[in-house]
Design a protein around this ligand. Structure first.
Ligand code: ARG
Length: 283
């Protein structure tokens, strides 16, 4: 019943849109460049759509997405005060594929997983898939490989994992960098910050020996203090590869299929690579 209702709602919304746009749509390709047929619908929907499975979460035509816009280039607040970045652009493109409006909620990273299913529908935040998080959320297919890096002041003698023992380490609260420093490093004094950039400022001020944070933000932050800070490859510290994915409500297989279907299409049609180029490689 629910599914039927969702389908007819989606149909009504599509009709509404078509009426609003008139015939223009017929001549155009949509924004992602995919060919549209005469009615303006994409020639093929995502796999999930053609299987008729539409998650209840999308019934209102809106996807509320939590992020923590303190993690450039994946998410940051732009000059107009709006969340932007690779993840923000990616989830908007997914929303477009699914025909829903995307609303971004900027919140603390540590609150994201617990907010799924109440304040937010899903979270995209350079979030690494971990077993612990999987107890409370499902993850989409992974979309990006990452690694923890170590930001060091110029001239630091820290060079290996063992050198981290007993040091004062800055991390963003509740991140995988926090878990490494708090759980794996012997005798470290771990200082947890709500924003990675605050840890970096304390490193500059001499209050920390290093900061452990994901590769791309580490490179962005270290570049801001060129000559004073360097971001060192986590391989040198034997840190393992991590996978970023979208965190979703547990057990919503319809939503997972829709999001994974859209992600797959964006990889196939080149949009994903364009976003990597725009946000990650050219920065
Ligand atoms: N990848 C790390 C983790 O999942 C850090 C993510 C931090 N993301 C953010 N938007 N602040 O724990």
């Amino acid at each position: 019943m629910k599914r039927l209702l969702a389908l007819s709602l989606a149909a009504i919304m599509t009709l509404g849109l078509l009426t609003a746009c008139g015939n223009q749509v017929a001549e155009q390709t949509n924004e992602t460049g995919k060919e549209t047929n005469e009615t303006g619908e994409e020639a093929e929907g995502t796999e999930a759509e053609s299987a008729g499975e539409i998650s209840q979460v999308l019934e209102d035509g809106k996807l509320t997405v939590g992020t923590n816009a303190e993690f450039p280039p994946f998410e940051f607040v732009d000059d107009n005060g709006e969340p932007d970045g690779f993840d923000v652009a990616l989830i908007k493109a997914i929303g477009e594929k699914l025909g829903v409006e995307v609303e971004i909620e900027n919140m603390e990273f540590d609150a994201l997983v617990a907010s799924i299913g109440n304040k937010i529908d899903v979270a995209i935040a350079g979030m690494t898939i971990t077993d612990e998080r999987k107890e409370n959320a499902d993850f989409s297919d992974p979309y990006y490989d990452a690694l923890q890096y170590v930001i060091l002041p110029e001239g630091s003698e820290i060079a290996t994992f063992d050198d981290l023992a007993g040091k004062t380490i800055g991390v963003q609260l509740g991140t995988t960098g926090d878990f490494i420093a708090s759980d794996d490093v012997d005798g470290a004094e771990v200082k947890q910050y709500n924003k990675g950039v605050d840890a970096v400022n304390d490193l500059i001020n001499g209050r920390l020996d290093c900061v452990i944070i994901d590769k791309n933000p580490a490179l962005v932050f270290a570049a801001k203090f060129e000559g004073q800070l360097t971001a060192v490859d986590g391989e040198q510290f034997d840190f393992g590869v991590e996978n970023y994915a979208i965190a979703m409500p547990k057990g919503d297989t319809a939503l997972a299929a829709q999001i994974n279907g859209a992600l797959k299409e964006l990889k196939e049609d080149g949009t994903f690579d364009e976003l990597v180029k725009k946000y990650i490689e050219e920065n």
